[in-house]
Design a protein around this ligand. Structure first.
Ligand code: NAP
Length: 304
């Protein structure tokens, strides 16, 4: 049975990469986690709530390989999941490009619009975008907590789902992945930067009067840009969508908040940065989004 399952490599052994790796192993799919540096264990720890609402931690055996070992080997990748942060993807893929088969299937699981750069890097491969509302975080390099159960839209026809286990993750195929990508992008543009600026959990943005004003202003600007780009359907009721997201994820720290707090670079160029670049092409200025970008960039510089 296992022989018929595709062998997936996972680039980006972070929260999402480890989460998918863990569930794929539980479904008996052969997977290999590609790590930037060697890992001290060959077990992943997955903490989650089961279908019967019990909290459970499982140790799951996995195979890992470092980027360097892979690049120096003659291993050929036919199925690759990319779960790096957008700003690291180009560098990571470039290192192992020689191992990725020309006709490989590459599934990109990311926020932001980094996937738009990938056709240049992988011109002959079959690229599929996935957008998820699952939430996960790592407690160490090989321990992951599935913090919020969500849904993943896969931008391919339904046959594609046969390549993926679906016992634990909720997946559906979707013909309008651009819409889903823009929908997530606009929410991330409105929320992530402000959680950094106000140094708070998602839900706190609704409690801080200054943050509420900024949320209204950024949503207004996003709606204007989306309108000009012919995407007004994406931002119908954006402020309500943002408020609902903040309520549903009130105890979460955004990934941008976590990145800044841990002295890492953020995905800002692929979130607000992408939106502003698209707006600028049409001659639209975006002072609110630009101010958020400037603030985050300054914090990234200070953390170096
Ligand atoms: N976490 C969530 O709840 C969530 C939800 C929805 C969407 N997303 C999106 O999913 C994507 C992945 O997020 P994440 O939270 O999983 O990020 P993450 O925890 O920061 O994981 C990124 C992984 O990439 C690795 N990496 C960095 N540079 C690399 C390189 N040059 N080569 C190979 N690997 C490299 C990191 O290595 P180290 O192990 O050394 O740090 C880390 O393991 C992002 O686009 C994010 O916005 C995340």
């Amino acid at each position: 049975m296992t022989d018929q399952k595709p062998s997936w490599y996972i680039l980006g052994a972070g929260a999402m990469g480890c989460l998918w790796a863990a569930y794929w192993r539980l479904s008996d799919f052969p997977i290999t986690l590609i790590t930037p540096t060697p890992r001290s264990s060959s077990f992943l720890e997955l903490a989650r709530r089961t279908s019967t609402n019990r909290e459970e931690t499982q140790r799951i055996k996995i195979r890992t390989i470092t980027l360097e070992e892979l690049a120096q080997s003659s291993l050929r990748i036919d199925h690759l999941l990319v779960a790096t942060k957008a700003q690291h993807t180009r560098d990571a893929i470039t290192k192992i490009k020689g191992n990725i088969a020309p006709q490989a299937t590459v599934l990109i699981l990311q926020n932001g619009m980094g996937s738009k750069e990938l056709p240049q890097l992988l011109p002959s491969q079959y690229l599929v975008t996935a957008i998820t509302t699952d939430g996960a975080y790592r407690t160490d390099k090989l321990s992951v907590v599935h913090a919020g159960k969500g849904h993943t839209h896969i931008g391919a026809d339904p046959h594609f789902l046969n390549l993926l286990p679906s016992d634990y993750l909720e997946l559906s195929s979707c013909t309008n992945i651009d819409f889903r990508q823009w929908e997530k992008l606009t929410l991330n543009c409105a929320i992530n930067g402000l959680t950094v600026i106000h140094h708070c959990k998602n839900g706190d943005l609704l409690k801080i009067p200054q943050a509420r004003k900024q949320l209204a202003a950024v949503c207004q600007e996003i709606a204007t840009i989306a309108d000009a780009l012919g995407l007004s359907f994406v931002v119908n009721g954006l402020i309500e969508q943002v408020e609902n997201t903040l309520k549903n994820t009130s105890d979460n720290y955004s990934s941008m908040y976590q990145d800044i707090n841990n002295g890492r670079t953020t995905e800002i160029d692929y979130i607000n940065g992408y939106l502003v670049a698209e707006a600028n092409k049409l001659g639209i200025s975006c002072p609110v989004n630009q101010a958020i970008i400037n603030d985050i960039k300054q914090r990234e510089r200070m953390a170096k």
